[in-house]
Design a binder for this molecule. Structure first.
Ligand SMILES: [Zn+2]
Ligand SMILES: [Zn+2]
Length: 97
């Protein structure tokens, strides 16, 4: 994978640093403007969750809204998978009572 393709993946799967309610993923402060958090977020790599493939909608305990933070190798490995368009089976987290 060349570095342009890699940079594209890094941007594609990285969630916003502030969640929809405005809370920072790193320090859990609303409307955080910390340069430490901004730098950590800019350097972070994310990929589709290997447990739910992103079909979690908050029900999967392995990911955050369908993505997981990964290493560089992890991003290449997870992003190279063929991702299903729709959830195929009821997955484990959906069945558990
Ligand atoms: Zn923060
Ligand atoms: Zn998941």
């Amino acid at each position: 994978m060349d570095s342009r393709a890699f940079a594209g993946l890094a941007v594609q799967y990285r969630p916003a640093r502030l969640n929809p309610a405005g809370v920072c993923l790193y320090c859990e402060t609303r409307w955080c403007r910390s340069s430490k958090c901004i730098e950590a977020h800019a350097a972070s790599l994310w990929a589709p969750c290997p447990v739910c493939d992103g079909f979690s909608f908050g029900r999967c305990n392995n990911c955050m809204n369908g993505v997981v933070e990964v290493s560089r190798d992890g991003l290449i490995e997870l992003a190279d998978r063929v991702l299903p368009r729709r959830a195929e089976e009821p997955v484990a987290y959906a069945v558990a009572a």
